[in-house]
Design a protein around this ligand. Structure first.
Ligand code: IVH
Length: 676
């Protein structure tokens, strides 16, 4: 029996890794997501029941779960150097001349993209990933192995058998643009500041303490450099191809050429095509292919003489900064925007550019009237990168040499509602705190309220909200439920039919369940999942309203920051008033009968281990029932376990352990009696 379980665990581990490879390295999946999930679920369950059979490189490790409190500092076996940069054809020709001069034999260049992420060094011993270290200062970096193991394109175990016993491979961990956009959309939805760019997002993710969070963020990794004493080839390109055959993700874009013209062709191709890539690059890298020739060329103090980076030029123009305006977002975040004298840049006319935040304005010392440099890099929105101070007009005051332009004073009050702005410690953005009366914030809150995952009132879009708000018909979400047909009919573009439609949509929303209402009212940082947890834990808004920070911390996955925000929210009498009005209109502020009959606190303080196969529940439903009734699921039996629920084919080891520790073993029917 246990032998067959061990065999099944090994079989599943192998199959799942094969599917990971097909999906994440070859981009060629061969099974459905559902079938894959089922296999992974089975593996996780078997490993939980039989931890002794879990393989050291089990694909279940990719789900994460381990916490790293502090990342260990590790010295690199080979220092992690950086590359020299060039910005023009001329500089590249100079590089090629130097190479030509130093080498007597013909040579080849390998051309690669310069991936814009975080450098990583991966050490493999006997085909297994043993360590992953960040660049750090080049001499020593942070051990981020646990987090790196969640990146599905990085092999935990190598393919084939012709890899060296020990070697290091380096590459760049990056966040695909689609994942980056998704994360920012979610962050915006719950009122968190967006992440600045995919590179920062990747480096921040790699340093997260909870590897389960890292696993969710879809990092990826391209490999570009193999190091070791016993590599199969004496050249870079051929070793990269070998690494590809061991299961590493080596990009298709890599080419070999024997002339600098070939390099220029590669550069010109990617300068155009980079816009279509799924990830950011900031240039290309060229490397002399032969190791012998690399050795002959050697190193400077900081970088190899046999490789160089060519950075793409961001397109840049100069124009006049005519004024600065400040936008207020849905969450109250202020964004300064530069209004420019229109200028042509990379094929489009640019009139506005982002100025990011107060620090950047101060650092650049931009002043209205200045001639500024505007750049368009990989980003969609152009940005101001500098001031042409030689063009700044002088004079105008008593000091003849003083500038005629006033230094920019960042606004102190909200341009929309005049509330005094705040800036939280450690944050770059200013905020308008007047959540309940600042027009863009109020309108934004309402848009969130009616959105699909919240109250789902699709007869009410952003434009109509603005129209109703501007007409003074709605000032907060509760006003929506007091709209009158005759008032609506007075408005432009509001015929009988659309008014009826609108009112019917609002009426229907009264049936939306409590957890969604809780999400809809828009407490900062409360996303869909958190709202659900809170709803099931507290069951109604009154209990939640009274909860202290300590009580909130007892709910799984709620941290100090969220707990504090919730308490603050309910301290504000204006929020309470809105909730009271919504209650009066019949919105759901408690779990429904049906939700309640399936929930209780009958199992409060009890912990359960579920083992075997059941006839009335699926394992997942059984676990859900335990949670909904206030109990806790635990993975393995200990003296503290309250009950083991045994199904058919319960593992004999578990049985033995439960008996030895005196943990009561109950059946599925016993459990049903407990909760009914
Ligand atoms: S090779 C000794 N190849 O650029 C050569 N680096 O400034 C070591 N990078 O730290 C680097 N794409 O993070 C190499 N195809 C590529 C690269 C690449 C991105 C990054 C890497 C490195 C930095 C060098």
């Amino acid at each position: 029996m246990s032998e067959s379980i061990q065999h099944r665990i090994e079989e599943l581990s192998k199959k799942i890794e094969e599917h990971n490879y097909n999906y994440y390295v070859l981009s060629n999946p061969t099974i459905s997501d559902y079938d894959f999930d089922m296999m992974l679920e089975e593996l996780i369950r078997l490993e939980k029941e039989h931890p002794e059979y879990q393989l050291p490189d089990s694909p279940s490790l990719r789900v994460g779960g381990q916490i790293t409190k502090e990342f260990k500092t590790v010295k690199h076996k080979y220092p992690m150097l950086s590359l020299g940069n060039t910005y023009s054809e001329e500089e590249l020709n100079d590089f090629d001349d130097r190479v030509k001069k130093a080498l007597t034999e013909p040579y080849e260049y390998v051309c690669e993209l310069k991936y814009d992420g975080v450098a990583i060094g991966l050490t493999y011993k006997h085909g297994r990933l043993v360590q992953a270290v960040t660049r750090g200062d080049g001499e020593q970096g942070d051990d981020v192995t646990t987090n790196v193991k969640t990146i599905k394109s990085i092999p935990l175990k190598l393919r084939g058998n012709n890899y060296p016993n020990e070697f290091e491979i380096r590459g760049e961990i990056f966040m695909p643009r689609s994942s980056f956009d998704e994360i920012n959309k979610e962050r915006e939805e719950i009122g968190d500041a967006p992440l600045a760019n995919p590179r920062n997002a990747a480096s921040g993710t790699l340093k997260m303490q909870d590897s389960a969070q890292v696993a969710k963020r879809n990092l990826d990794c391209y490999l570009y450099f193999v190091l070791g004493e016993t590599l199969p080839h004496q050249s870079h390109y051929e070793n990269l191809l070998a690494a590809k055959s061991w299961g590493f993700k080596v990009p298709e874009s890599v080419i070999k050429t024997n002339s600098i013209q070939g390099v220029f062709q590669f550069i010109n191709k990617w300068d155009v095509e980079r816009a279509d890539l799924e990830f950011d690059i900031d240039g290309v890298v060229l490397k002399v292919n032969s190791y012998e020739q690399q050795k002959a060329l050697g190193f400077t103090a900081k970088s190899p003489r046999w490789a160089i980076a060519y950075k793409f030029k961001a397109q840049r123009v100069a124009t006049i900064l005519e004024s600065i305006s400040y936008q207020v977002g849905r969450t109250g975040a202020i964004t300064p925007v530069a209004n420019l004298k229109p200028v042509l840049l990379a094929g489009t006319t640019v009139k506005r550019a982002s100025l990011h935040n107060a620090d950047i304005i101060e650092k650049l010392d931009v002043r209205v009237g200045d001639t500024v440099f505007v750049e368009k890099g990989g980003e969609i929105i152009p940005k101001i990168v500098g001031v042409d101070e030689s063009k700044r007009p002088v004079g105008g005051g008593s000091d003849l040499f003083a500038s005629a332009l006033e230094p920019t004073k960042y606004i102190t009050h909200c341009p929309e509602c005049n509330a005094e702005l705040i800036r939280n410690e450690g944050e770059a953005n200013h905020y308008c705190p007047n959540e309940l009366a600042c027009p863009p914030q109020v309108k934004g809150k309402m848009e969130h309220f009616v959105s699909r995952k919240a109250m789902d009132i699709d007869s009410l879009g952003g434009e109509t909200i603005a129209q109703l708000y501007d007409a003074g018909l709605i000032k907060n979400i509760a006003d929506l439920y007091e709209l009158k047909k005759e008032d609506l009919l007075q408005l432009e573009r509001m015929a009988e039919k659309s008014v009826n439609n609108l009112l019917a949509g609002i009426e229907a929303s009264k049936a939306i369940t409590f957890e969604r209402v809780l999400y809809a009212i828009g407490i900062r940082h409360i996303g869909e999942t958190t709202a659900k947890k809170l709803a099931y834990y507290f069951k109604n808004i009154d209990a939640l309203e009274k909860a202290t920070v300590e009580q909130l911390l007892e709910v799984g996955d709620i941290g100090e920051k969220i707990a504090q925000t919730i308490v603050e929210y309910f301290k504000d009498q204006r929020n309470i008033e809105i909730i009271e009005r919504l209650k009066k209109h019949g919105l759901q502020f408690q779990l429904s009968e049906e939700q309640l009959t399936n929930t209780s606190d009958k199992l409060k303080d009890l912990s359960f281990v579920v083992s075997g196969v059941f006839s009335k529940f699926s394992r997942d439903d059984l676990k859900k029932a335990i949670e909904q009734n206030g109990g806790k699921n635990v993975g393995s039996i200990s003296g503290k376990t309250s009950y083991v629920i045994a199904g058919e084919n319960m593992g004999p080891e578990k049985l033995k352990k439960a008996e030895k520790l005196g943990v009561p073993i109950i059946s599925e029917d016993d459990f049903i009696k407990m909760i009914n």
